[in-house]
Structures are given as C-alpha cells and as structure tokens.
Design a protein around this ligand. Structure first.
Ligand SMILES: C[S@@+](CC[C@H](N)C(=O)[O-])C[C@H]1O[C@@H](n2cnc3c(N)ncnc32)[C@H](O)[C@@H]1O
Length: 178
C-alpha cells in the first residue's frame, strides 16, 4: 500500500519538475540499500562486467556494483550536487578505478558496451524515451533491471516482489534480457 503513496508522490513531483526541465526523467528518490543489492543480484552482475545506472542519484548503485560485485560501473546523473556527492564517496572508498560518474543527460550517452543497466525512472520517461534508446543501443544478451516501473513493451524474464524493505515499503524488480 505504501508503495502506491510513493508512486503518486513521485508522479506529482515529476509533473512539477517537468515544468522546469524537460530532460528531467524522474525526481531524486533513492533506492534503499537492501533493494540496491537485490537489483544487482537479479541482474546477475559479474566481476569485470560493464554496468550503467541511468540517473544515478547519490551513486549508491554504482558504488555497490564496484565495491561488492567488482564491476566496471558508471552512473549518469543530471544533478551536479548529486554527482559531487557521489564522486566524494567514490574517492573516500578508493573506488575511482571501477566507479565513474558522468554529469549529464542520460539520453545523450552510448550504452552499447553495457552488460547490465539499472533504471529507476518514471513510466512515461521509460516508455517514450529510455526504452527506444535502449532498443537501439543495447547489445544482444545485455540485461536491464528496472525498479518499480516496468518497461511495458518488453517481456520480463523475471519479476521479483519484495514485501518489505525493512522500512515498511514494498518494491517490484523486473529483469529483462535483450
Ligand atoms: C528516482 S531517482 C533514482 C536514483 C538512483 N538510481 C537510485 O535508484 O537510488 C532518479 C534520478 O535520475 C536523475 N535524472 C532524471 N532525469 C535525468 C536525465 N535526463 N539524465 C540524468 N539523470 C537524470 C534524477 O536527478 C535522480 O537522481
């Protein structure tokens, strides 16, 4: 039930945000740490693989991907302050070799080298902007894990429902493979 409150809140926040910036595909709303790990596990992330988090917020997904899964991880984030925060954390943890943050529009990047993509963005952005881009760019076998908002034109290989993340919120994760 709480999940729906958050979804409505996120959609309203987005309507406001979109009046100011067309390229904002979702407001900042971080994935809880327990769910971050489940996303990377569901995506089958392996050491040395290339992963991208589309709209990386404070860098938590990129950081765990580099630190625990030993992947080559890149986050793309529009908000400069969130990029600064992410880079400070990456430096503090000594993860500069494996964890990278690009300050820019996630729609203007190239994901053709990606083994895994993680996405926590609004449904409208996924349907109209992100999915067409990934359809064009992703290599065969690349995986995509979406948090709470599905790619409605793709068929998931697996769907995982998490009843409680420890903070009283439920989550749904979707795994897709090209
Ligand atoms: C719901 S948050 C998810 C943050 C992070 N991926 C996580 O799961 O904790 C969405 C993020 O996408 C960023 N964002 C929105 N539109 C973007 C765009 N066009 N390019 C890059 N980042 C964007 C927002 O600033 C925000 O940090």
């Amino acid at each position: 039930m709480r999940k729906f409150g958050w979804i409505v809140g996120l959609c309203c926040a987005s309507l406001f945000a979109q009046t100011g910036a067309d390229d904002k595909l979702a407001p900042y709303y971080p994935t809880p740490a327990t769910i971050v790990e489940k996303m990377l596990q569901l995506g089958g992330l392996k050491a040395g693989e290339k992963m991208f988090d589309l709209g990386s917020g404070d860098g938590r997904i990129v950081i765990l991907a580099a630190q625990k899964f030993h992947a080559d991880a890149t986050g793309v984030e529009l908000d400069r302050d969130l990029c600064t925060q992410s880079l400070a954390k990456i430096r503090k943890l000594g993860l500069e070799k494996n964890a990278h943050i690009l300050n820019g529009d996630l729609l203007k990047q190239n994901y053709s080298s990606a083994d895994l993509i993680t996405v926590y963005l609004l449904p409208d952005s996924i349907d109209n902007k992100v999915q067409p881009l990934l359809d064009q760019q992703l290599k065969k076998g690349a995986r995509v894990v979406a948090h709470d908002f599905e790619f409605k034109n793709w068929t998931p290989e697996k769907v995982e429902n998490i009843a409680d993340d420890g903070e009283g919120r439920s989550h749904t994760l979707y795994l897709y493979r090209k």
